[in-house]
Design a protein around this ligand. Structure first.
Ligand code: NDP
Length: 331
């Protein structure tokens, strides 16, 4: 039977304005880095996307290299879009990125105009979209002048291939420079996508302030630390987990899950229980407590995880004491 979205899909989600722009994003977005590749079960992929949209998660985050193999997450999404979401395209914000290695030779990586333009055209073809809502430069390029990369983002908007542009994993200094160039060109930067979680807090060292002062939104990734900040690894490494999957492409490695780390995670889990939350909910709430955060991109391997994570919105307030306890547990 054809997918019918829930009529109540906008009743629960919170939508936050993205910097000074006109665009609002759901507090939770869905990322397709893993679990949407060619090897993944298509019906399950569909079910995760249906569940997310039914929860009011209107934003789907992609990149050219998501899979595996690279490109296959965009293909999977394109198929599901055609099957189930065609009528809802205007209710969705779909992003993609380029910046990591995609094809051999000097034109398939980093931030040249040659690479970004070709990659975006490939992403449009794989997804079957006419345009992306957001196109990102995925990581800073130490060699290409930032003026060339930003002028390419500007041109992409001028051409109508993306409505907005952003950057990912740029330092505060690189971000300031990129914002300056884009402002000069007349295409303001919409958003920055950093890694940010209770375990990885670099964004607190200048980046969040820079974005806030510049009116640029912030959407975080790996805020569940690829599953470490959930109940997944409390009692060992489950067979169906990402850490056991050997998927490659940056996926969580089982070696990272040490006894010492799990000891801390168990303490965090106790704290989450005391708040009446699962650990995943507390980890997401911890990020969303900061009003400078526009959205958190969650990953999920099952629809139930999306439902569980969405409940974080019921309580993202923390007492001073709870925050102190979290800091003490994580050292
Ligand atoms: P998370 O940190 O959200 O980890 C997702 C994993 O956590 C899931 O696959 C699942 O693990 C587990 N999980 C999720 N929800 C729950 C739950 N409620 N209870 C128990 N376990 C849960 O995300 P990702 O690291 O996958 O990143 C999210 C997105 O961010 C990506 O898809 C991508 O869009 C973006 N991203 C961007 C990057 C960039 O450079 N800009 C880099 C990396 C990600 P399991 O699979 O074991 O079930």
């Amino acid at each position: 039977m054809a997918y019918q979205p829930s009529p109540g899909r906008y009743s629960f989600m919170e939508y936050r304005r993205c910097g000074n722009s006109g665009l609002k994003l759901p507090a939770l977005s869905l990322g397709l880095w893993h679990n949407f590749g060619r090897q993944d079960d298509y019906e399950r992929c569909k079910s995760i996307l249906h569940t997310a949209f039914d929860c009011g998660i209107t934003h789907v985050d992609l990149a050219n290299n998501y899979g595996p193999p690279a490109g296959s997450a965009e293909e999977t999404f394109g198929k599901i879009l055609k099957d189930d979401f065609k009528a809802y395209r205007d209710e969705m914000i779909i992003s993609t990125k380029a910046g990591w290695p995609m094809w051999p030779g000097p034109y398939g990586d980093f931030g040249s105009k040659k690479y970004l333009m070709a990659s975006l055209d490939q992403s449009l073809k794989r997804t079957g979209l006419n345009y992306f809502d957001i196109f990102y430069h995925h990581r800073p390029d130490p060699e290409t002048p930032i003026e060339e990369t930003m002028a390419t983002l500007h041109q992409i908007v001028q051409q109508g291939k993306a409505l907005y542009v952003g950057i990912s994993s740029y330092s505060p200094e690189q971000t300031k420079e990129a914002i300056k160039v884009l402002n000069y060109l007349g295409t303001p930067m919409l958003i920055h996508q950093p890694k940010f979680s209770m375990l990885v807090r670099d964004a607190e060292k200048g980046l969040l302030d820079t974005l806030d002062k510049s009116g640029v939104g912030c959407i975080t990734f790996s805020s569940l630390a690829q599953g470490i900040l959930t109940d997944r690894y409390l009692n060992g490494i489950p067979e169906d987990s990402r850490a056991a999957s050997r998927r490659g492409n940056g996926a969580l490695d089982a070696n990272v899950i040490t006894e010492e780390l799990i000891g801390r995670i168990q303490q965090l889990n106790g704290l989450a229980e005391g708040r009446g939350q699962t650990l995943a909910q507390m980890a997401l709430a911890w990020v969303l407590k900061d009003k400078r955060i526009t959205s958190v991109i969650i990953g999920a391997s099952k629809p139930e995880q999306v439902l569980d994570s969405a409940q974080c919105l019921r309580n993202y307030n923390f007492s001073e004491d709870e925050l102190r306890q979290i800091d003490a547990i994580l050292g």
